[in-house]
Design a binder for this molecule. Structure first.
Ligand code: ADP
Length: 449
């Protein structure tokens, strides 16, 4: 690609020419569309290069070229006829390089060239060939001013630059004041927030103290309730047992014969007394468990034997023809636990399952789970709504509308079973869907402490 024809050339012979080249530099920069500040930068760079070149004792030739392709730019080449002058020029022109986008000092056989490039802003008008011709014609008619004119222009530029510096300094002072103000606001806000935080902290500490006090009160109340229940149930047990015994005596064939009506009434009394005894026994068991008065008697429990016993004792309850009572072979032969307490837990769960299952099956199984053992009692009975899965473990709670298919129940079986599971170092949980059935799971650890 051929280099475009320069927009302007001029010679630099005497010091006065430095002013002229400076003026022309500004003119060319303005003509190709550089902004005023960049016009001054280029003019200053050019006059400095001219001055340094002249100081070397030789004249120089200046050429301005505009490049319209790629990134449009203006190139100024200043050439002197002294080969190898770059070593002298470079250190003196180091600062000048900062006024343009690119600057290079090159040695040639016929002389030394300083080339400076300034890119044109995106908003500059396009450099078409016609426009370049117009610029050339305009520059050719340009009449250079005197050094005094140039000094005047430089002074004006200096004043403008000083004004700008002052405006920037004022703006900086204003920003600083604003920043200080903001800082003061932030500090005030911070102080307010930390005061509020301190206040809140004090409140939380007071609340905790109150909570501690309340939990002590609750514990005392709960212990009193347990003591009361244990005493009352203990006191009730003897007379209720006596009523049942007396009833049995009354209807015994060895006693005086009763009329049919009397016999029915005594049976009613005996039935009620038996229910009452179940309740009193349940309460007593629960009170004992809550008072921490149940100490497990640890041993290696043979699960096959225990399952066989449960099958035998509960089979009489599985009277419904549509219900399969299945006791699986335990997948784990033995577990370290208390056989009486573990048997009680599983018995409670199985009794419930048989009570609440009309068709399908009730199944007891045991498998290894991690280090421990997991027992499941699964039924296909009425099921329990999800929101009541925790409530059924509360004392006396019975699912509203849930009709046990046999026997009334006391609402104490599950809370007691959960207590016992806890005493054995394990846990009791439920998974159940209304209409589909329930699965109660007892997890025991391998080595209870
Ligand atoms: P209850 O003596 O009433 O059986 P529990 O504490 O053992 O007392 O059970 C509480 C309630 O939980 C029961 O009344 C019943 O509503 C519900 N429930 C327990 N087990 C089952 C089950 N297998 N299927 C459906 N509902 C059950």
């Amino acid at each position: 690609m051929t280099r475009p024809e320069p927009l302007l050339r001029m010679r630099l012979r005497v010091e006065q020419d430095v002013f002229v080249v400076r003026q022309l530099g500004r003119e060319v920069a303005r003509a190709v569309g550089l902004e005023p500040q960049d016009q001054t930068r280029l003019a200053t760079a050019l006059s400095e290069v001219g001055r340094v070149m002249l100081a070397g004792g030789s004249g120089a030739e200046v050429a301005f070229t505009a490049t319209p392709n790629g990134v449009p730019s203006l190139t100024v080449a200043v050439r002197n006829p002294v080969p190898g002058d770059a070593a002298r020029l470079e250190p003196q022109l180091r600062q000048v390089g900062r006024l343009v986008d690119e600057m290079e000092v090159g040695d040639g056989e016929t002389g030394t060239v300083v080339r400076m490039v300034r890119r044109l802003p995106a908003a500059a008008p396009r450099l078409t060939p016609d426009r370049m011709d117009d610029i050339r014609a305009g520059l050719a008619q340009h009449v250079p001013g005197t050094p005094l004119d140039e000094l005047n222009v430089q002074n004006q530029q200096l004043i403008t630059a000083l004004d700008q510096v002052r405006a920037q300094r004022d703006e900086l002072a204003r920003l600083n004041a604003e920043l200080e103000e903001t800082n003061r606001g932030v500090m005030a806000l911070y102080r307010q927030l930390s005061d509020e935080l301190e206040e809140t902290n004090r409140g939380v500490v007071a609340l905790y103290a109150e909570l501690d006090e309340k939990s002590v009160q609750l514990r005392t109340a709960s212990e009193a309730k347990t003591r009361f229940l244990a005493n009352v149930s203990h006191e009730l047990r003897a007379p209720v047992t006596a009523i049942i015994g007396l009833g049995r005596l009354l209807i015994d064939s060895a006693s005086d014969r009763l009329t049919g009506e009397q016999h029915r009434q005594v049976e009613l009394i005996r039935g009620s007394a038996t229910d009452l005894l179940t309740l009193v026994n349940g309460l007593l068991d629960l009170a004992k468990a809550e008072a921490g008065r149940i100490e497990p008697d640890w041993s290696e429990v043979d699960l096959r034997a225990m399952f066989g016993q449960l099958r035998g004792t509960l089979r009489p309850l599985a009277t419904r023809p549509g219900v399969d009572f299945v006791v699986d072979e335990p997948a784990v032969p033995a577990v370290r636990s208390d056989p009486v307490l573990l048997g009680q837990v599983l018995r409670n769960l199985l009794t419930n399952a048989l009570k609440f299952t009309a068709t399908g099956s009730v199944r007891l199984s045991a498998r290894r789970a991690g280090d421990g053992v997991e027992f499941t009692v699964a039924d296909t009975g009425t099921g329990i709504p999800a929101e009541l899965h925790e409530r059924i473990f509360e004392e006396f709670y019975q699912v509203p509308g849930s009709q046990a298919l046999a026997g009334k129940g006391t609402g104490l079986g599950l809370p007691y079973a959960r207590r016992l599971a806890g005493i054995l170092g394990g846990a009791l949980s439920v998974d159940s869907t209304p209409g589909k059935g329930s699965t109660f799971t007892v997890r025991l650890p391998a080595a209870p402490s």
